[in-house]
Design a protein around this ligand. Structure first.
Ligand SMILES: Nc1nc2c(ncn2[C@@H]2O[C@H](COP(=O)(O)OP(=O)(O)O)[C@@H](O)[C@H]2O)c(=O)[nH]1
Ligand SMILES: [Mg+2]
Length: 287
């Protein structure tokens, strides 16, 4: 598997996040709603080490609604604050500010009691590549989001973005590495585009995706491509889609590369439907 995370890079990233962590009151951990397990950094708990945290399930618009609520229930049952967010349409964004105040509120009161003037909440966003960190930062900043610039003495060299309410967000997110060991995790990351088509050729990846969708999302597959998938193996399904969509070479041969790109692209954009690849009940010993 060819992912650009070698140990040196991981250590550097970890050090950077640890240094930034000292400056913040709150960590906003971003997970992809379609794959909350696979998009979770394996070392996050050790890295943030008891810092207050809010879990944000990003791209909730692309995930199955029932799965979304099951994940929310799961996190609530673990007493971990969790929010569903769609950064593109701005859904759920306002709740982040409320939740941040709930989670960090007591600490702020203590600060006020000690006579500390600036009682804003300082937060940082962390997550694996492509999970939506930059989009969320931009959405949270909005048009009014002014860069607050350096704060001499306290936060040398750091840029903070002032959000509505009393939150200041570090403008550079913490980029974390995904899990490596598990083939299913790698596949999920590749299906959703978190790691680009690096782990295997695009034809095999599309084939694996069709296998997965056939198991749980047969109806969506059938209605998107106007096909019946019951007795067909994944290759047949891909060929049928190719014919329906005109992904053909000369002499009517199937253009496997083109149809594979088409399927992956449509899945990633949510065009096949709102599909979650992981439900809490699938995951044993989830943390
Ligand atoms: N549908 C949808 N797409 C999103 C959402 N948030 C981010 N994206 C898309 O996901 C891709 C990666 O987002 P980006 O913010 O660059 O991720 P980063 O690498 O974590 O900074 C971009 O194409 C975004 O438009 C969301 O809530 N819903
Ligand atoms: Mg980014």
């Amino acid at each position: 598997m060819n992912i650009n995370w070698y140990p040196g890079h991981m250590k550097k990233t970890k050090d950077l996040i640890c240094n930034n962590l000292k400056l913040v009151d709150l960590v906003i951990e971003l997970l992809d709603s379609r794959i909350p397990y696979s998009s979770k950094n394996p070392d996050i708990d050790k890295i943030i080490n008891n810092k207050p945290r809010i879990v944000i399930m990003s791209k909730s618009d692309l995930a199955n609604e029932i799965a979304n609520y099951k994940w929310v229930d799961y996190y609530r049952s673990e007493n971990i604050p969790v929010l569903l967010v769609n950064s593109i349409s701005n859904t759920g964004i306002g709740n982040i500010i409320n939740e941040a105040n709930k989670v960090v509120g007591e600490k702020l009161q203590l600060r006020e009691q000690k006579g500390i003037k600036n009682t804003s909440i300082r937060a940082m966003i962390v997550g694996i590549p492509n999970v939506g960190k930059s989009t969320l930062i931009n959405t949270l900043a909005g048009r009014k989001g002014a860069q607050t610039g350096n704060r001499p003495g306290v936060t040398k060299g750091k840029q903070w973005i002032k959000l509505k309410g009393n939150i200041e967000l570090l403008d550079t997110p913490g980029i974390l590495w995904p899990k490596f060991e598990d083939v299913n995790v790698a596949l999920n990351l590749a299906f959703t585009g978190a790691i680009k088509d690096e782990i295997m050729d695009v034809e095999t990846l599309a084939l694996k995706l069709i296998e997965r969708l056939k198991e749980r999302n047969k109806d969506l597959l059938e209605s998107r491509y106007d096909i019946l998938v019951d007795n067909s193996g994944p290759i047949n399904i891909i060929e049928e889609i190719a014919i329906k969509r005109g992904c053909l070479l000369k002499k009517e041969e199937i253009d496997y590369t083109r149809v594979s790109h088409l399927i992956l692209d449509e899945f990633r954009r949510g065009l096949i439907g709102r599909i979650s690849l992981e439900y809490p009940e699938d995951i044993k010993n989830y943390v």
